[in-house]
Design a protein around this ligand. Structure first.
Ligand SMILES: Cc1ncc(COP(=O)(O)O)c(C=O)c1O
Length: 354
């Protein structure tokens, strides 16, 4: 606390990301990173970028990257916005499109950065409870609002919302922006990008941090009607002209060009998830249906917080959220590679004495 701070700083409750501890031989299943490295073509592109040209600023429009994303999704370049991770893209979305007289709506159990952006930008919001199965129920969103945002699949539940439900929401909600945060969509959830042409108030955000294995590069993007993208560009150009550096652009373009690697690694994660679900169910866990690269699981007898602490003693890190009370016994566990998943199962067996 300091009187030197701007007043708003005293009111902020910042987001707390999952731990990145320096423990040896750590099995890190707490931040939904991809267990496989990026495509070798990405590494080659990054190496080629380490050159004299680094003394020059990057392209402020990231045109190569936008063109690659537009082509990938069958959209126009003016329907694409890129940023330093989807967190930065989302920050601009909150400021550019979601601050209105009526409250922004999002689920009560969801990505915990959303209320943080509301605090930063002074956006009023209401949370909408998930139903008893921890699902988003579209009918609960038919009320006056200044915007709607949710991840699909939702985080941390992992539960996917069918595309038909999203379309039903868009039909009923035409006067405010609907943001679908598709950070985990490539692990088995239907994308809403196909609806962009029909709904000018739909914005979809994606990240390279999960299915493209590039969390360290910080690349994310939004796609939607050119009118929405223009608002985002206005905010971005009032904030930072060069959010995508030369490495990020080169790596992002190369990642999109290696479709075979993308398909192979994402299918591997999906297959490992199904295997992990079966193994954990046999250890007494109840697991919500997941369309993501993580599962949300609770044990029939043991408290979630205690399991997380015991796993940590075995150098296996998973994510436990204390709040809200409804999810206090759940653990969010990233799907790892075979070695990591085996270590998790062995640690659980030893704790549960099975
Ligand atoms: C639902 C959701 N959206 C967005 C993000 C942000 O991802 P990034 O900033 O790495 O693109 C995350 C990260 O974990 C997430 O879980």
């Amino acid at each position: 606390m300091s009187k030197l701070w701007s007043p708003i700083v005293h009111t902020l409750t910042p987001y707390v990301p999952g731990e990145q501890p320096k423990i040896q031989n750590l099995i890190k299943l707490n931040t939904n990173e991809n267990p496989y490295g990026p495509s070798p073509k990405v590494i080659a592109a990054l190496q080629a970028e380490a050159a004299d040209s680094l003394r020059l600023y990057p392209d402020p429009d990231s045109s190569r990257m936008k063109a690659a994303i537009a082509e990938y999704h069958g959209l126009q370049v003016n329907q694409v916005f890129v940023g330093n991770g989807s967190d930065e893209v989302l920050a601009h979305v909150f400021q550019a499109l979601l601050k209105h007289d009526s409250p922004l709506l999002f689920p009560d159990i969801t990505y915990s950065f959303y209320p943080v952006y509301c605090g930063l930008y002074g956006i009023q919001y209401e949370t909408v409870p998930l139903n008893d199965q921890f699902e988003i129920d579209i009918d609960d969103y038919s009320r006056p609002n200044g915007g709607i945002i949710f991840p699909n699949p939702n985080a941390p539940t992992g539960i996917p919302l069918p595309l038909a439900e999203i379309e039903r929401l868009l039909q009923a909600n035409k006067d405010s922006v609907v943001v679908v945060d598709e950070a985990y969509v490539d692990f088995g959830t239907e994308s809403a990008v196909a609806l962009i042409k029909s709904y000018p108030n739909l914005l979809v955000t994606h990240t390279y941090s999960k299915s493209r294995s590039l969390a360290g590069l910080r690349v994310g993007y939004a796609v939607g009607d050119a009118n929405l993208i223009e608002a985002l560009i206005r905010v971005k150009d009032s904030f930072n002209s060069y959010p995508i550096d030369r490495f990020a652009e080169a790596g992002a373009v190369a990642a999109l060009q290696d479709e075979a690697y993308f398909q192979q690694t994402r299918q591997q994660v999906i297959a490992s998830r199904e295997q992990l679900v079966t193994q954990m169910q046999s250890l007494g866990f109840d697991i919500l249906p997941s369309g993501a690269n993580f599962i949300f699981a609770r044990h029939s007898q043991q408290p979630g917080e205690e399991i997380a602490a015991k796993l940590r003693e075995h150098a296996v890190l998973v994510r436990h959220f204390k709040k809200p009370a409804r999810i206090a016994d759940f653990l969010r566990i990233t799907v790892g590679n075979n070695m990591q998943n085996d270590a998790l199962i062995q640690a659980l067996k030893s704790y549960l004495s099975i």
